[in-house]
Ligand binder design. Structure first.
Ligand code: MCA
Ligand code: AMP
Length: 494
């Protein structure tokens, strides 16, 4: 991944954010300078974890590149998470340095002081001379991203420089990124979709990444208009929920504006959907309004992208496509035996794109690979006429909402600590806009339990996207003869 930093597009615009443009030369220089500041005369950070809570834009990329060049491990923090979730990541990674944008100083300063962690605010910092930067071998750890699984607490997914390089170069080849690309980043930068597919691939190819601080349909359409007027190739990537919201916004625009927007979108090079199943209805509506048949692909924090509809060729609705070059895919039964074509099986993946380990969780790492080294995704699919189609997940406890992966068990654990909650169970309820909505059934003696107060309390404990949108107070949870909650029955109660 580091080789991207050495590439030669010095005078080209790498980043546009907050109304300013930054060239590749500026990005390379400032990231080297900041790497020198991080090193503070040491020769190598030697994989020290550097947690950073930095607004999307130039400072984010500068910080990420500086950490890599100084030999550190980049740990991006979500800018909207409550302190408890941030603390968990900082403690779990044993971060040695925390970097923040000035607006986040108040959130993390006390924690850094209490834990004696070096704390850097990206404001008025000295710009030291660029010192000799370490040589980083590609097998070294580069990044830790947190992902929910079937355990109750999120796990740190460790990728090496080689993993990231494989993820990036495979996609660049498959989707033909180029230095003429101009992409919009509206996705959060603590997940693969935003970090790899949008930012890293575009910069690697020498294109331009433009940042908006968060998603707004109005601003996305304004950006589309501005790019379509330029010489650049417009590229847009998002989760299905965002396409749903864009369609809803578009449908309320006057006909003349709709026509103008459609004409602009038709000039784009590529539009991609992923992170959750793209409903066929959304794909079809988007094709009518934009002239683009969305390219749907499948990925995961642990593997980057693995399966994709083709850039050239049929993009089949309801299907995720074929194995990307360099990625091996197989479907297996419960005994890890490959299933016959046309039969459903768990997707397993092998390749240079696959992560190294769950951070300091050797047992979980071992469990997630077969003896022959295949990564078990937990997603179930079928191969139909050479295209994979996702059927579901092997665990009902994993929920996908707005493209975010959420563990039902993690939410249950927190709910149980609320006064008067005797028991609870959390499920995902199908929803066209969100994929699934998080729903919680609560057993309480207090049948008038104030769910608004509970919801407010949950929002202080967990990231907003994990907080239930639906609550139901019940006398008891549906259980089978073994006493296990039958979540499929529970879903029907919502
Ligand atoms: C939310 N709200 C609530 C509750 N929950 N209000 C009351 N009670 C609740 N329980 C409110 C919020 O405060 C907000 O209100 C409004 O509802 C919408 O909330 P939010 O969920 O934050 O939605 P949003 O801000 O509209 O964002 C939608 C989004 C976002 C843009 C689709 O979810 C998003 O960026 N998703 C992408 C995630 C992603 O990148 N995933 C990739 C990971 P108010 O507006 O008043 O504050 S997967 C991955 O990386 C793999 C490798 C892959 O395959 O890609
Ligand atoms: P995450 O761990 O947040 O990286 O989410 C990865 C998960 O998102 C996968 O295991 C799938 O369950 C889901 N996913 C990603 N892309 C798709 C897709 N195109 N269709 C269905 N599910 C998807």
């Amino acid at each position: 991944m580091l080789s991207v930093i050495q590439k030669n597009h010095p005078d080209k615009t790498a980043i546009i954010a907050d109304g300013k443009s930054y060239t590749y030369a500026t990005l390379a220089n400032e990231s080297k300078q900041f790497a020198s500041f991080l090193l503070d005369k040491q020769s190598d950070l030697n994989e020290a974890r550097v947690a950073f809570m930095v607004t999307a834009g130039f400072d984010y990329v500068k910080t990420q590149w500086a950490i890599w060049q100084a030999g550190g491990v980049a740990v991006p923090l979500c800018t909207t998470h409550p302190l408890s979730s941030l603390t968990y990541v900082i403690e779990d990674t044993q971060a040695e340095i925390i970097v923040v944008s000035p607006i986040f100083e108040v959130i993390l300063k006390d924690l850094a002081i209490a834990k004696n962690i070096r704390f850097i605010v990206l404001e008025n910092i000295d710009k030291p001379d660029i010192q000799a930067l370490p040589q980083i071998t590609s097998g070294r750890r580069a990044m830790i991203l947190y992902t929910s699984g079937t355990t109750n607490l999120p796990k740190g997914v460790v990728t090496t420089h080689a993993n990231i390089e494989a993820q990036v170069s495979t996609l660049i080849q498959a989707w033909e990124y180029s230095e003429n690309d101009h992409i919009l980043c509206i996705l959060p930068l603590h997940h693969v979709h935003g970090i790899i597919n949008v930012v890293s691939c575009t910069l690697w190819a020498g294109g331009t990444v433009e940042f908006l601080p968060s998603f707004s349909a109005d601003e996305v359409f304004n950006w589309i208009k501005s790019v379509a007027n330029s010489e650049r190739n417009g590229v847009f990537m998002a989760v299905p929920t965002i396409y749903f919201k864009l369609i809803a916004h578009f449908e309320h625009l006057p006909a003349s504006e709709q026509e103008q927007l459609t004409a602009k979108m038709k000039t784009f090079r590529l539009m991609v959907s992923g992170s959750a199943a793209l409903p066929v209805s959304v794909m079809e509506k988007w094709e009518v309004i934009s002239g683009h048949r969305l390219l749907e692909r499948y990925g995961m924090t642990e593997i980057g992208m693995a399966i994709s509809n083709p850039y050239q060729g049929e993009r089949r609705a309801g299907h995720i496509g074929q194995a990307l070059k360099g990625v091996s895919v197989r479907l297996v039964d419960e005994q890890n035996k490959e299933v016959a074509t046309g039969e459903a099986g768990e997707i397993q993946i092998k390749g240079a794109n696959v992560f190294q380990e769950y951070w300091q969780k050797p047992a979980a790492t071992k469990d997630t690979f077969t003896d022959e080294g295949w990564f078990k995704t937990g997603d179930v699919a079928v191969l139909e006429d050479s295209y994979y189609r996702i059927l579901g997940r092997s665990s009902i406890d994993i929920i996908k909402s707005g493209g975010y992966k959420i563990s039902a068990l993690e939410i249950e654990e927190v709910l149980r600590t609320y006064p008067n909650v005797k028991d609870c169970s959390v499920v995902g309820i199908d929803n066209e806009e969100w994929g699934e909505l998080v729903a919680a059934a609560i057993v309480s003696d207090d049948i008038h339990l104030d769910t608004q107060a509970l919801n407010k309390w949950m929002r202080e404990k967990m990231p907003t996207y994990k907080v239930p949108r639906l609550y139901k107070i019940v006398e008891e949870l549906p259980r089978n003869a073994m006493g296990k909650v039958t979540k499929n029955d529970l879903k029907k109660m919502f």
